[in-house]
Design a binder for this molecule. Structure first.
Ligand code: GAR
Length: 195
């Protein structure tokens, strides 16, 4: 069975959508976090090994990302999924899993990259936002796009209501993409990705 590792920083609802996917024919072999994230309990409840690799336990960013890559590497994942992982992954990490790291982002990239996509989209006044699943490169949410889905912004939306509606779409899209990647892979031609 294909092996998938997941990285989280927060509540782990995206992780839960992967765990619960009835179509899933890959193993979630480990869940890693950069802090004692609430979502780790979801992995533990599902019997999935968890690891916490804190940046503050390392002298600098490259040594933290090397340690994280080394730790995840011990689980021999075919794919690494960043599911609400709120850190930028540098070359020290990505070189270990070339073209094998996927991220879910709560906006229609290239609009609103970074850690504040939902409030920034709301403040900008866009009528349509959404979510993007993309391959991770060394930039901030700049990697080739695998799949996107739109979500309308309602006039009375708050950051919370809008983010919740975006997450409902992510809970469908991310498991669908990870299932396809894990079982069939993808071809990457420049910026164009075919599942
Ligand atoms: C998701 O909306 C994900 O796209 C976003 O964090 C949320 C995680 O939710 N990720 C980013 O903003 C990364 N820049 P969760 O903790 O409930 O799974």
């Amino acid at each position: 069975m294909p092996r998938v590792a997941v990285m989280i920083s927060g509540t782990g609802t995206l992780l839960q959508s992967l765990i619960d996917d009835p179509r899933r024919t890959y193993d979630i072999v480990a869940v890693a976090a950069d802090r004692p994230a609430q979502g780790l309990a979801r992995a533990e409840a599902a019997g999935i090994p968890t690891v916490v690799v804190r940046p503050s336990d390392h002298p600098d960013r490259p040594s933290w990302s090397r340690a994280l890559a080394k730790m995840l590497g011990t689980f021999e994942p075919d794919w690494v999924v960043s599911a609400g992982f709120m850190r930028i992954l540098d070359a020290a990490f990505l070189d270990r899993f070339p073209q094998r790291v996927v991220n879910s982002h709560p906006a229609l990239l290239p609009a609103f990259p970074g850690a504040h996509a939902v409030p920034e989209a709301l403040a900008y006044g866009v009528k349509l936002t959404g979510c993007t699943v993309h391959l991770v490169d060394a930039g901030v949410d700049t990697g080739p796009i695998i799949a996107q889905q739109s979500v309308p912004v309602e006039p009375d939306d708050t950051e919370q209501t809008l983010h919740e509606r975006i997450k409902e779409v992510e809970w469908q899209l991310l498991p669908e993409v990870v299932q396809a990647l894990a079982t069939k892979g993808c071809t990457v031609n420049g910026r164009k990705v075919e599942l």
